[in-house]
Ligand binder design. Structure first.
Ligand SMILES: NCc1[nH]cc(CCC(=O)O)c1CC(=O)O
Length: 401
């Protein structure tokens, strides 16, 4: 009697259809295949609402219902396909994923982060290598409220105009001989993954421009409780990235009352030697029960990756890990006139959940320091835009009736 050959597992990887999304998803699929041989990870793509509508400014798209309109554009339809079973995992740019992910889905891994900073990209043929060299009145193309807010403050003589489209489209619009743009500000990670890293001439960072929450990291989302896919992903996850981004997303979650907020952040993480005596920010005995929707994150870095994640809510034997996490963050008004920066200095933390709580705590401090007023103005403006869009829609409907 011959032994039947077991069929290798097959995990379908879903993504958006943009060039960048396809490149970075294939990169994750290759890493997964290498770590989980002989399982296969075929990539399939789908066009999302955000990809189809390339003209409406991001902050105005679909403003009526969702808590995070501009963000869920990229993820809603993919998550539906994940829940339907068409895909087994989704690869996202972490910064495009809403802080609250869909019920029934969980975060299963963040891969090692690439350079999270933004950088300067000049129009082909112009001699400038950085924002400092641009003549007054030069137009920078970017649709990001965060970039416009922080850069208006640092460079009041420059102008900013909305620019949408995937990265290739944006570079094309910049370089067109008749384009009004002198330069773009783009994420380094995306440009490097696209093979266009040679267009980057000057990275931007604190104190001029702090990057977006989660920028430079790729996130993988799966169906909640899908143990098999979850375990396959643990082999490619990077706990240092998970802890840093955990703090950043904790910060953002605590700041956003349902609007897209101009938040900039920078984090560094340094692992401390086992005998380091610096006191932990949260007492060690407060390690919370694993109630998180994502057990992977909950046990990130403290459960050996060879030990399966618990599925029944119990806490297994954990490893000790102590890190110094340094987070600084800012909230800036849309025109750059008001700017609140919080730089608390490093905190010693011992788990992903503590990193997240540290981010939440920093957000509350930012609010106290004046971020709340900035956020209120943005929220009021957003509601006014929403009301006028609704009124316009009502007029159109009445005319067509
Ligand atoms: N908003 C679009 C977007 N989403 C993710 C990236 C690539 C950078 C990353 O991996 O975070 C980009 C392009 C950009 O902002 O320049």
């Amino acid at each position: 009697m011959s032994t039947p050959t077991p069929t290798p597992s097959r995990f379908v990887v879903g993504t958006r259809k943009s060039n960048l999304a396809l490149i970075q998803t294939q990169w994750v699929a290759d890493a997964l295949a290498a770590a989980n041989s002989p399982a296969t990870f075929p990539v399939e793509h789908m066009t999302t609402l955000g990809d189809r509508n390339q003209t409406t400014p991001l902050h105005e798209l679909s403003p009526f219902n969702s808590a995070q309109p501009a963000k869920s554009l990229w993820t809603d339809e993919l998550e539906s396909a994940l829940l339907d079973g068409r895909f087994d995992l989704l690869v996202h740019s972490c910064k495009d994923v809403p802080t609250a992910i869909r019920d029934g889905c969980e975060f299963a891994a963040l891969l090692e982060r690439h350079d999270p900073r933004d950088a300067f990209v000049v129009k082909q043929g112009l001699p400038y290598k950085s924002l400092d060299e641009l003549p007054a009145g030069s137009v920078i193309g970017t649709g990001s409220v965060r970039r416009v807010a922080q850069l208006s403050r640092a460079y009041p003589k420059l102008k900013f105009a909305d620019m949408r489209g995937n990265l290739n489209t944006r570079l094309g619009k910049l370089d067109a001989p008749d384009s009004p743009f002198a330069a773009l500000i783009l994420a380094i990670s995306g440009m490097v993954r696209l093979g266009a890293g040679d267009r980057l001439t000057a990275p931007l960072e604190y104190p001029v421009l702090m990057h977006a929450v989660g920028q430079g990291a790729l996130a993988v989302e799966i169906r909640q409780g899908d143990v098999k896919t979850r375990e396959a992903l643990r082999k490619v996850s990077h706990w240092q990235t998970e802890w840093r981004v955990g703090a950043e997303r904790g910060l953002l979650r605590e700041l956003e009352g349902g609007c897209s907020v101009p938040v900039g952040v920078e984090t560094t993480l340094t692992e401390l030697p086992a005998d380091d005596a610096t006191p932990a920010h949260y007492p060690a005995d407060t390690f919370p029960a694993p109630t998180s929707a994502s057990p992977t994150l909950h046990f990130s870095g403290i459960l050996p990756t060879t030990t399966p994640l618990p599925v029944d809510g119990e806490t297994p034997a954990l490893q000790t890990r102590r890190v110094k996490l340094d987070l600084k963050a800012c909230v800036t008004s849309t025109d750059g006139s008001r700017h609140v920066l919080y730089e608390p200095g490093p905190a010693v933390i011992t788990s992903w959940r503590e990193a997240e709580r540290w981010g939440e705590e920093c957000a509350r401090q930012l609010r106290t320091l004046g971020a709340s007023e900035i956020l209120e103005v943005i929220e009021t403006d957003r509601k006014a835009r929403e009301a006028s869009a609704l009124a316009k829609a009502a007029v159109l409907q009445a005319q067509s009736a």
